[in-house]
Design a protein around this ligand. Structure first.
Ligand code: SAM
Length: 288
């Protein structure tokens, strides 16, 4: 990935706010662009939502912020103008001239390339992620943020259904691997719902802002345990016993572990609290 400097450009400060629908349309037209659905390009056009994401995310003077997908630069501008030091990753190279115009004069470093190829372990300690995520890679990106020890929080705009999965507890309808992962690395708070009309073009579903906080002072989850939980929760309709068998554990060993933990033989993995999941992994020799 290349990391070019922003070229000097015209001042946009005398024009309409960057997030106003008219300005967004004008920018796209001036650069001959159309939002690309496959890149999840739904641009924010609501100043209140932008301010509340920046606020909830902790954008403040000197704070290192990582953004994924600046798009036209609306959120980037809101965060950087609060004094945060922003690094932003963008895949769509057609946006180069737009961002050169909209982010001129701000402390922003743009990294052009695929956010899935970025080395998140290079982020400085204390980094806060603030982003309106491309929906088609939300889960993958969230797991990258969790595993990057420099990242202390992620305040992200996601589809409402993803937000519900993130906050779900064992035994609840939306509980799954993403919920477990979030709980293993820290805590999740629902900040607010965001209506479809806050975007251009409007997406098909409602979105939500959530803030994840990662506690980097405690030992981080072992990769073997994360992968154990992933496999245990993989087939939601099956029992934990079945999923453990598919991982290669013997039937007798599984029955002993379930009995020792006071779990029914037909318990489903999504009903098992993480402490019991950890005890099972330990008894089966997956972790120490
Ligand atoms: N931040 C802008 C806003 O709020 O208006 C745009 C957000 S839009 C939902 C998602 C952005 O992520 C787009 O700019 C899109 O081009 C970019 N994007 C999509 N896939 C990407 C990837 N794999 N790596 C980096 N950026 C990506």
């Amino acid at each position: 990935m290349t990391q070019p400097e922003l070229p000097p450009t015209d001042d946009t400060s005398t024009q309409l706010p960057l997030y106003s629908p008219a300005r967004v349309r004008e920018l796209l037209a001036a650069h001959g662009l159309r939002p690309t659905k496959s890149l999840g390009q739904n641009f924010l056009i609501d100043g209140n939502i932008l301010r509340s994401i920046a606020e909830a995310g902790g954008a403040a003077p000197g704070v290192p912020v990582l953004e994924i997908g600046p798009g036209l630069g609306v959120l980037t501008r809101e965060v950087a103008s609060r004094g945060a030091r922003v690094t932003t990753l963008e895949k769509d190279e057609r946006l180069r001239p737009v961002l050169a115009e909209t982010l001129a004069g701000l402390d922003v470093q743009i990294v052009w390339g695929d956010a899935l190829e970025f080395d998140y372990s290079s982020l400085e300690p204390g980094t806060r992620v603030i982003a309106n995520l491309p929906y088609y890679i939300t889960g993958l990106l969230l797991s990258r943020f969790m595993q990057a020890t420099g990242v202390v929080s992620a305040t992200v705009l996601v589809q409402k259904e993803v937000a519900q999965r993130l906050v779900a507890k064992p035994g609840q309808d939306n509980y799954g691997f993403l919920s477990a992962l979030a709980a293993l690395y820290g805590t999740v708070k629902h900040v607010r719902d965001v209506p479809k009309g806050a975007f251009f073009p409007a997406p098909d579903v409602t979105s939500s802002v959530v803030r994840l906080d990662f506690d980097r002072t405690r030992p981080q989850p072992e990769p073997e345990f994360v992968s154990f939980v992933d496999n245990a929760l993989r087939y939601r309709r099956k029992t934990l016993r079945n999923n453990l068998k598919m991982m290669g554990h013997g039937g007798e060993a599984i029955d002993t572990v379930l009995a020792d933990l006071g779990l029914r033989p037909d318990v489903r993995a999504e009903d098992v609290p993480l402490e019991q999941m950890r005890a099972a992994a330990r008894s089966l020799g997956v972790i120490r």
